[in-house]
Design a protein. Structure first.
Length: 279
């Protein structure tokens, strides 16, 4: 019996959607098990944002004016968003490494939905994000950050962060499938994120930026989600006249950005993956 016949028989037992998610979670579990052999990867996933928190809170925080409010409370949501964005971009490295190692060819010979590899990679990155956010939240609490927006608002804030990481992972997957090696993927996956993060309200209020940069920052998706996180965590948002739409309605704008990013990059990653695996 051919591999295609086996796959069709296999899918008919529960339906395509069931097996797509089944295979995705199997791949996600496989990716997470890799951390048992390389725990230093998860270690540095956590150490880097902690360094950012301590560096900005204790070194640069005193030089950044956020009005009468605590800079640490202003900072933590921005660090959360930056870290989740970087975690999503790391999908470029993992997926490219799998493409070059030959494991994808092995998956093609099995009765499985190979597109589940993309979802599995993204689910694994979301699980890493949960671990990272937990440790970062404890670090933030240790230096004086507090959640004052209520329990359900906090749940919504963390859910929005994970949804943002999932959307960013599609960008990372697209980049990983577009370059030739994991080394190139590691550069291409992160190079565009640094200006996007720093030209936002993650570390300084957007109104403090020069006019041209301020317009860019206000419509930057990072700015929208950071503003939404600050609102949901209970950070007192200052009232500024003539604010741009993303800052007036940060949660709505964040949801719009998540839908747009996923709608553009998920199909793009799928097409690139099918093209790469059909060779």
């Amino acid at each position: 019996m051919s591999t295609r016949s086996i796959t069709e028989s296999y899918a008919s037992k529960h339906g395509n959607i069931y097996w797509l998610f089944h295979d995705s979670f199997v791949i996600a579990w496989r990716n997470l098990l890799r951390f048992r052999r390389n725990p230093e990867v998860l270690f540095f996933d956590v150490v880097q944002p902690i360094i950012f928190i301590l560096l900005f809170a204790y070194v640069f925080g005193g030089a950044i004016d956020v009005g009468d409010n605590s800079y640490r409370s202003f900072l933590i949501p921005g660090i959360f968003v930056q870290t989740i964005a970087f975690a999503g971009a790391s999908a470029a490295i993992g997926l490219n490494a799998d493409m070059n190692s030959g494991i994808i060819d092995r998956f093609k010979s099995l009765p499985m939905r190979t597109t589940g590899v993309l979802l599995g990679q993204n689910f694994a990155d979301m699980a890493r994000g949960v671990v990272t956010l937990t440790i970062m939240s404890l670090t933030g609490l240790a230096i004086g950050w507090r959640i004052s927006g209520g329990f359900w608002h906090a749940v919504a804030a963390y859910a929005l962060l994970l949804a943002f990481g999932f959307a960013m992972a599609w960008i990372g997957s697209t980049i990983g499938l577009s370059v030739s090696s994991p080394q190139v993927a590691s550069t291409a996956g992160f190079a565009w994120l640094f200006p996007l993060t720093f030209l936002s309200n993650a570390f300084v209020p957007s109104e403090s930026l020069p006019s041209v940069l301020r317009i860019f920052a206000e419509w930057n998706p990072i700015t929208s989600i950071v503003a939404a996180e600050r609102y949901l965590f209970g950070y007192p948002m200052p009232q500024v006249e003539n604010q741009a739409f993303p800052l007036e309605h940060p949660i709505l704008m964040t949801i719009i950005w998540l839908v747009v990013i996923t709608a553009i990059f998920a199909p793009m990653a799928g097409r690139k993956f099918r093209k790469a695996t059909s060779r």
